[in-house]
Ligand binder design. Structure first.
Ligand code: HDD
Length: 710
């Protein structure tokens, strides 16, 4: 297929045949019977009782009664989009997978992003890990890379997954809190499972509150294998790097966004695609040779460890572009089933015990969620290639397999479907030598639970460190059990003493000198923190730049939302200069006015208002611009919310630009005393404003911003 920016992939063609378009069509029952009344049931007389005979009523109501399916047990809240993957350079020396060797291919993808803990209807800005699942419809079969936006996981063994999730989900007696980890049961578990501390400190960082799903990284987390034509294996970790950089909001914004627009991330993804601003991520790999498996201070099979990029650089090999929104949320986003067990020749698993358990769990969960072993036949889940085997029947069988035989070997069916030869691209598992005792234990090589959380924290910029301290203070502040908080303080002190001290002050507690050691197995063997101290010999770096968002991309304002505060009489000259400059950089300019409808500028032109001040909030925007025009500014000053709007943007370290009389509005806000702030622009050229927006936030302002009572 020719390489082009296209919404027509092999998968979208496949999906097309299932799409239904009611345009110019008559309404029918599910049997194709034409319907002329869908508002009234069949009754015995005008005021009479409804008749059992009413098959139209029964069909409609019965379908409605059964239209819900169980939501995902985790990652229930999610949004997805279609797109494609293109390979920059062949990596055939590592992998024989077509997707990694054929640079001419356009591989269709469907990517779903999610929060973990909340229910399907929960708010987008929960402080949480984000799921980052990509289904590649490759010519050799479907490959699912089911990752997260953090490069490590909470636990090392799948056996602990139900406990982890039970602790973070709403507490079972009262079903509180929704989509939040800030509660006793979660920290009770965390503080007794020190392997969780690495992922936990990532969740306390800004990574857990992304500005946009389009501005977060993705990670396959586990070490996988790449297998080349010769059957040689290399270890690999997969990375997704967003072209817009990695950016986050502050916690104060997150809390407010959840109220102002609970669909903030979902809407942002949808709108960007509709606007033709297609989200893009580059795919990168960290490759480790077989013989280097044991050269690290951690175990490659341990999913709570990352390979620092300073040690093994990420090699960028291709790009994913999302360019089409789903036609139907339920049919596609809800019914898509991702399985880490979906791999293709050239990619294989390792013995990571978390991955091994996942290989079981995801198939299993689809059976209760989608209700049938035929879930692979749902349009969004169908591979683009042919499917032939002897699996038969089951609920909702959609195919009509022909012939007398449904077994292998057979002669009556001509031996078909016949087995694939290796030369035809058959899958075969990597022949790893295993010579071991059957044993239920954790490898000693997984013991160090503290070096990497400390490396992460050390690598952060000061503003990021402060956010981490505030996050722990918030989360533990919401816990009610002193013993849980103290235990956490002690553990955080093992990562960084100063960090723990700051949190302790916020909690009004002291870091305890010691914590209780497990009395017996019943408390949990992992609570033995001594066992998990960092080993003496370390080759960890002091810092790894890639762990901090301070080193991400800051080169674009594309899709950034700019609020322009206007009222009748605003200066068209100011506005049009700024608008032109912003839109040239693909920013989204939105007019916010005291009322909906239209406003008239000082050149007597009508302008459509994007939002009345009552219906919107400053936290939904990346920056503010206020053009001049005395009458307009006087009107804005009559409405207190415009001042709040500016104060909040200042609090959240956003860029603010004003021209001419626009300054009068600033004078009535907290900003009046900080006009020399480096990202407050008064009568400056748009370029300075644009540069500041591309830097995302002015974190130098944090200390002053904290004083803003907004
Ligand atoms: Fe999981 C869904 C990511 C460990 C069991 N998981 C799910 C989704 C993502 C992840 C992104 C949502 C997929 C979608 O959009 O439909 N999970 C991860 C990552 C893990 C991980 C990155 C560790 C590296 N998960 C994990 C373990 C287990 C599960 C250890 C069970 C032993 N995960 C599930 C599940 C889900 C799921 C219960 C719920 C819905 C689904 O699978 O399809 O089976």
């Amino acid at each position: 297929m020719a390489k082009q920016k296209t919404t027509t992939t092999e998968k979208s063609k496949d999906l097309k045949q299932f799409e239904k378009d009611a345009e110019n069509q008559v309404m029918t029952t599910n049997q194709g019977l034409k319907v002329n009344d869908t508002n009234n049931s069949l009754k015995a007389g005008e005021r009479g009782s409804t008749l059992l005979e009413d098959f139209l009523l029964r069909e409609k109501i019965t379908h409605f009664d059964h239209e819900r399916i169980p939501e995902r047990i985790v990652h229930a809240r999610g949004s997805a989009a279609h797109g494609y993957f293109e390979l920059y350079n062949s990596i055939e020396k590592y992998s024989k997978a077509g997707i990694f060797t054929d640079t001419k291919r356009i591989t269709p993808v469907f990517a779903r992003f999610s929060t973990v803990a909340g229910s399907k209807g929960s708010a987008d800005l929960a402080r949480d890990v984000r799921g980052f699942a990509v289904k590649f419809y490759t010519q050799e079969g479907t490959w699912d890379l089911v990752g997260n936006n953090m490069p490590i996981f909470f636990i090392q063994d799948a056996m602990k997954f139900p406990d982890l999730i039970h602790s973070v989900k709403p507490e079972p007696n009262k079903e509180i809190p929704q989509a939040a980890s800030a509660h006793d049961t979660f920290y009770d578990f965390i503080s007794r499972s020190t392997e969780t501390l690495h992922n936990q400190i990532w969740v306390m960082s800004d990574r857990a509150i992304p500005r946009s799903l389009r501005m977060m990284e993705g990670f396959g987390i586990h070490t996988f294998r790449l297998i080349n034509e010769k059957g040689e294996s290399h270890f690999v970790k997969f990375h997704w790097k967003p072209l817009l950089g990695v950016h986050s909001v502050t916690w104060d914004e997150a809390v407010k966004i959840n109220g102002a627009d609970a669909d903030f991330h979902r809407r942002d993804l949808w709108d960007a695609i509709e606007a033709g601003q297609y989200p893009e991520w580059e795919l990168g790999i960290q490759v480790v040779a077989e013989e280097d498996e044991h050269k690290f201070e951690f175990d490659l099979l341990d999913p709570t460890k990352l390979i620092p990029e300073e040690l093994v650089p990420v090699e960028i090999i291709g790009k994913m572009t999302l360019n089409r929104n789903p036609e139907n949320f339920f049919a596609e986003t809800e019914q898509v089933a991702f399985l880490p067990g979906h791999i293709v020749p050239g990619i294989d698993f390792t013995n990571d015990p978390l991955l091994q358990g996942r290989l079981f769990s995801y198939r299993d969960t689809q059976l209760s969620r989608l209700g049938s072993p035929n879930f692979h036949q749902i349009p969004i889940n169908r591979p683009i290639g042919e499917v032939h085997n002897n699996q038969r029947d089951g609920h909702m069988q959609m195919d009509i397999p022909k012939g007398q035989t449904a077994y292998f070997p057979n002669s009556l069916g001509g031996g078909c479907p016949h087995l694939a030869k290796m030369s035809e691209g058959a899958f075969t598992s990597y022949e790893e030598r295993v010579d071991a005792k059957k044993i239920r234990t954790r490898s000693e090589s997984f013991n160090d639970h503290f070096s990497q959380p400390a490396l992460f924290y050390r690598s952060l910029a000061d503003w990021e460190k402060q956010h981490v301290a505030e996050a722990y203070t918030f989360e533990l502040g919401k816990c009610t059990q002193k013993s849980v908080k103290e235990r956490m303080l002690w553990l955080i002190a093992q990562i960084d003493k100063d960090l723990s001290q700051k949190v302790a002050e916020g909690l009004g507690l002291n870091i305890p000198d010691t914590i209780e050691q497990p009395i017996n197995q019943a408390i949990g063997a992992d609570a033995d923190v001594k066992k998990h101290q960092p080993p003496k010999k370390k080759n960890y770096l002091d810092k790894d730049k890639a762990l901090s968002q301070a080193h991400t991309k800051f080169n674009s304002i594309a899709t950034r939302q700019i609020a322009v505060l206007v009222s009748d009489g605003f200066s068209m000259k100011d506005f049009s200069t700024m608008k032109k400059a912003l839109e040239k950089e693909n920013a989204m300019v939105k007019l916010i006015a005291p009322h909906g409808g239209t406003v008239v500028c000082d050149e007597h032109m009508e302008h459509q208002v994007d939002a009345a001040i009552m219906t919107t909030e400053s936290v939904l925007f990346d920056a503010i611009y206020i053009p001049g025009g005395k009458t307009a500014i006087d009107k804005l000053l009559e409405e207190a919310k415009f001042k709040k709007f500016v104060n909040e943007a200042f609090k959240h370290c956003k860029a603010i630009a004003v021209d001419n009389e626009g300054e009068h509005l600033l004078d009535k806000t907290f900003v009046a005393d900080y006009k020399d702030d480096k990202t407050v622009f008064i009568n400056k050229k748009p370029k300075a404003f644009i540069d500041a927006i591309s830097k995302h936030r002015n974190w130098d302002r944090m200390e002053i911003a904290a004083q803003v009572p907004a």
